[in-house]
Design a protein around this ligand. Structure first.
Ligand SMILES: Nc1ncnc2c1ncn2[C@@H]1O[C@H](COP(=O)(O)OP(=O)(O)OP(=O)(O)O)[C@@H](O)[C@H]1O
Ligand SMILES: [Mg+2]
Length: 264
């Protein structure tokens, strides 16, 4: 579903701020793979997701989504394949609009249909059903303004909107990091439910090693713009935090298992 081949990216090339953020990453995701991504601050995790989404172009290498080479496609043309959720709960939804209007916008994405025609009764029923999976009671608040919701509620709604059109790829960049632990666990639980229900191919960045271990069928660790650990299947199931720290110190060449480095 995703094929990343030998991608490189250097920011501010030729200046004193030159930074090689992506150093020859290759990564292939099968349909339905749910991959958790860990690594210290500045390891290149967000850059990888941004390159896949087309936020900025790669310097070299190629990216294909579902067999289509998207390396030269601009971000807005890749958007129809991709659902994204970021760390900031304020980003994915429109605060001054109602819950149902936000959902209608997500549903109409790429269809050229505006909201002016209004939301039909059938659509409203569909949204009500969709919202139930969040288990937050939002199905009874369809006309509430999103700006009135808590950060966790907004993030859950963003997740619903990002997955409404069953994207070929779901990209999650620390989407629960700004939430309190209980709310974060709930949003993560919902993520798991939606990803399983729709068999979404997913890349999920997290700084929480336990979450990275508990979710997904595969885990990758990044360090200095490279993928240094890639575990799947039984090995992934049997991972422990201690084991991960060991893998990290081996990959980074430091003999102390510096969990701060990994956890950020
Ligand atoms: N748009 C940009 N312009 C210049 N430098 C950038 C840009 N985006 C990322 N970088 C640099 O590239 C490197 C990798 O950054 P990236 O954001 O991918 O790290 P990360 O693994 O997501 O870290 P964190 O855990 O802190 O989010 C860093 O040194 C960062 O400063
Ligand atoms: Mg990041």
């Amino acid at each position: 579903m995703l094929e990343v081949r030998e991608i490189y990216k250097t920011f501010n090339a030729g200046t004193i701020n030159e930074k090689r953020a992506m150093n020859g990453v290759s990564l292939t995701l099968a349909d339905g793979d749910f991959v958790t991504v860990i690594g210290g601050n500045g390891a290149g995790k967000s850059t990888l997701l941004n390159l896949v989404a087309g936020v900025f172009p790669v310097d070299s290498g190629s990216i294909s989504i579902d067999g289509q080479d998207v390396t030269r496609l601009p971000e807005h043309k890749r958007a129809k394949f991709i659902g994204r959720v970021f760390q900031d709960p304020m980003m994915g939804t429109a605060a001054t609009m109602q819950i149902e209007e936000n959902l209608a916008l997500a549903a109409r994405r790429g269809q050229g249909r505006s909201l002016r025609a209004g939301i039909t009764r059938a659509e409203r029923e569909e949204y009500r059903e969709l919202l139930k999976i969040l288990d937050l009671g939002l199905e009874d608040r369809l006309t509430s303004k999103v700006g009135l919701l808590s950060g966790g509620q907004r993030q859950a709604l963003t997740l619903l909107m990002a997955t409404l059109k069953k994207p070929k790829l779901l990209l999650l960049d620390e989407h629960t990091a700004a939430l309190d632990p209980k709310t974060a666990a709930k949003v993560l639980d919902t993520t798991e439910k939606i990803v399983q229900r729709d068999k979404l191919t997913t890349l999920m960045i997290t700084h929480n090693m336990r979450d990275a271990i508990a979710h997904g069928n595969r885990l990758i660790m990044m360090f200095e713009g490279r993928v240094v650990v890639d575990v799947a299947g039984e090995e992934k199931k049997n991972l422990t935090v201690e084991h991960l720290l060991g893998l990290f110190s081996k990959a980074s060449g430091s003999d102390e298992a510096d969990d701060k480095l990994l956890l950020g």
